[in-house]
Write a protein that binds this ligand. Structure first.
Ligand code: HAM
Length: 413
């Protein structure tokens, strides 16, 4: 048997894992700033938790879930998303007595999609939810939180917020019927994939990327015509809040989201830097979902972002704090080296030594590892009881005493 990993999965190590950990830290920081508490749920749940609320017709349920029978014939599914498990956990642990409940989590999700850049079968999501709060200020808070987190990690800020309002469930039902009629009349011009969705999920045709579908969708009836005044006012408040916070956004009336449970405000942060998988973060209101799952009739809103997609947009230099590579020319100077190691540890300065007594090999390893500094210990340094420190990006080299290492690095960076 040829040893290989399962298609659409990947191992995390080296700089990718560093990025993942930095993302986790940033998320935890913003979560506590916005007073969300962490929640972890199991990786698998009973299949029925997902099958109904995610929409019997949506792609995730029909094609993408990893479902298997347990030995006792229970049908179980590896979670394809976090919202429904978090609601389940809030209900079964009686957490909905004290509202609003603000929870977040980071974890692995599983969808059997066709793998491509930014799309995997096992991936990680950051997920934030607020249960039991109707005020538009909550929509605003969640969008702002997403914006803050992304801005703190994707330092070139090359992403764009898209928002839309889908209306309440009853408005949506009427709208879907109108869309159905419209697409039925234009059936011949639609792509084969979209034709299949006319009666099951006509909303999804609106976000098709096929050229012909886009042309047809451009003249489709608009959701705004079916939305109640109350919902529209809510949406207007969200928009003026964004303006007040100086968060620019695009109103995109074709933004429908992939899962079936949305109504009211929906939003996505998109980028042009990832190719086809251009959504970094997506979410919205899902009033009614908690009730469908057996909880009280309260509202919910949240978002999820793909860790892998965020990681691909992170700048490389963001990942590594300045670190020092040690290079020693001969075993004879080992004691001298140990003094440096002790100093670096005590001062919590990141360093690496490849356990080799060979200047050339150490320097090439330092280059490979993109070290910021190299400390060189040779005969001269041993005799003078000092060190050479080399700044790798300029090549500049200086003789310094051990106790000056920290201030040297601080002055330089
Ligand atoms: P979603 O749009 O299905 O929403 O996924 C959210 C994000 O997860 C996407 O924007 C993307 O960054 C990432 N993602 C999704 N599928 C993959 C994949 N196969 N590979 C890599 N990344 C992926 C939800 O899951 C909703 N539960 C979000 C939500 C929370 N709505 C309300 N609360």
């Amino acid at each position: 048997m040829k040893l290989r990993s399962v298609r659409g999965t990947h191992d995390l190590y080296g700089s990718e894992l560093k990025k993942y950990n930095i993302i986790r830290e940033k998320v935890a920081k913003y979560a506590s700033l916005y007073s969300f508490s962490e929640m972890k749920t199991p990786i698998f749940e009973f299949t029925e938790l997902f099958s109904k609320p995610l929409g019997e017709y949506s792609d995730v349920v029909l094609k993408e879930m990893y479902t298997f029978k347990d030995r006792n014939e229970d049908l179980l599914t590896l979670r394809p998303e976090y919202t429904t498990p978090m609601i389940r956990a809030a209900i079964t642990n009686n957490l909905l007595n004290d509202l609003p409940l603000k929870v977040y989590g980071i974890g692995q999700m599983f969808r059997r999609e066709r793998p491509q850049k930014g799309r995997y079968r096992q991936f990680n999501q950051i997920n934030f939810e607020v249960f039991g709060a109707d005020d538009p200020i909550v929509d605003l808070e969640l969008i702002t939180l997403g914006n803050d987190i992304l801005k703190s990690i994707i330092t070139n800020h090359k992403f764009e917020l898209h928002i839309n309002c889908l209306g309440k469930k009853n408005n949506l039902v009427k709208y879907k019927l109108e869309l159905e009629k419209y697409f039925e009349n234009n059936k011949i011009k639609l792509s084969e994939e979209s034709r299949k969705k006319i009666y099951s999920n006509p909303l999804r045709i609106l976000d098709s990327k096929e050229k012909n579908d886009i042309e047809i969708s451009n003249n489709a009836p608009l959701i705004q015509e079916y939305i109640s005044k109350e919902t529209m006012n809510h949406y207007e408040e969200v928009k003026s809040g964004l303006e007040a916070y100086n968060i620019s956004f695009v109103e995109n009336n074709k933004l429908v989201r992939g899962l079936d449970y949305y109504c009211g405000t929906v939003f996505e942060f998109k980028t042009k830097d990832l190719g086809a998988q251009d959504t970094i973060l997506g979410g919205g209101r899902y009033d009614g979902l908690i009730n469908i799952l057996g909880g009280p009739d309260i509202s919910g809103i949240g978002w999820a972002a793909g860790v892998e997609r965020i990681s691909m947009l992170m700048e490389e230099n963001f990942v590594s704090p300045p670190y020092i590579h040690l290079a020693i020319t001969d075993k004879k100077f080992k004691n001298h080296l140990q003094k440096v190691i002790k100093y670096l540890k005590e001062n919590q300065i990141i360093f690496y030594w490849n356990y080799k007594y060979n200047l050339k090999k150490s320097l090439s390893k330092a280059n490979l590892n993109k070290a910021n500094y190299v400390i060189i210990i040779g005969e001269n340094e041993y005799k003078k009881n000092n060190f050479q420190i080399k700044k790798m990006n300029t090549g500049e080299q200086k003789e310094i005493n051990i106790e000056n290492i920290k201030s040297f690095i601080n002055d330089e960076s």
